[in-house]
Design a protein around this ligand. Structure first.
Ligand code: SF4
Length: 192
């Protein structure tokens, strides 16, 4: 019996050795080389002021808002994306469904205290530099729920807001104006 156990142990040890060798070989063949193009681009950006301007220009002209809504203002946000307003007609607003591909959070609706950790988590997953638009009275100051026990008096109590949009409900056209303001701010044309 003892002999059988010894035999099994030896077999397991051999199998592990074989497996380790295979893993090592596969890691060697799939070695990830540093991305030369992006490394060079980042060096050029640091070295040349003109490259900085180009990076800023592309930031200004590629705002990617996140697809998410909290309450009735989210209906206005949907209207913003509808054919009537056609938010993508300018070519720089590209709504994405994952925070990792977004740099603009449009807070549309009231913010309950229980939603704060979730909103913060989404914000932290967004690409930097990232911006916030408070869309509507509720996101700006709590709106009609100003005195409610469970509504935050504006998203700026928990996250930094770049542009506020007034209205209950706010008009989708005003969101266009707000995003153009944000463009001006990102481009350094207005103080934030
Ligand atoms: S601002 Fe008005 S429309 Fe928007 S979420 Fe609040 S109550 Fe609803």
């Amino acid at each position: 019996m003892a002999e059988t156990n010894q035999y099994d142990e030896q077999r397991a040890a051999n199998a592990k050795k074989e497996m380790d060798a295979l893993v090592y070989e596969s890691l060697k063949t799939h070695e990830v080389k540093p991305n030369a193009i992006f490394a060079k681009l980042s060096e050029i950006t640091k070295a040349m002021p003109i490259a900085n301007k180009m990076v800023n220009w592309s930031r200004v002209n590629s705002l990617w808002p996140m697809q998410f809504g909290l309450a009735c203002c989210a209906i206005e946000l949907m209207d913003f994306g509808s054919a009537r307003i056609d938010s993508e007609r300018k070519g720089y607003l590209f709504f994405r469904a994952t925070p990792r591909q977004c740099d603009v959070m449009i807070v549309a609706g009231w913010v309950t205290k229980s939603m704060v950790p979730e909103i913060k988590r989404l914000y932290e997953q967004m690409s930097k530099p990232r911006y916030i638009v408070a869309f509507g009275e509720c996101a700006t100051c709590g709106g009609p729920w100003w005195e409610s026990y469970n509504i935050v008096k504006g998203i700026d109590q928990v996250l930094p807001v770049d542009v506020f949009v007034a209205g209950c409900p706010p008009k989708p056209e005003n969101l266009f104006a707000a995003l153009m303001k944000l463009q001006a701010k990102v481009g350094g044309n207005i103080e934030g």
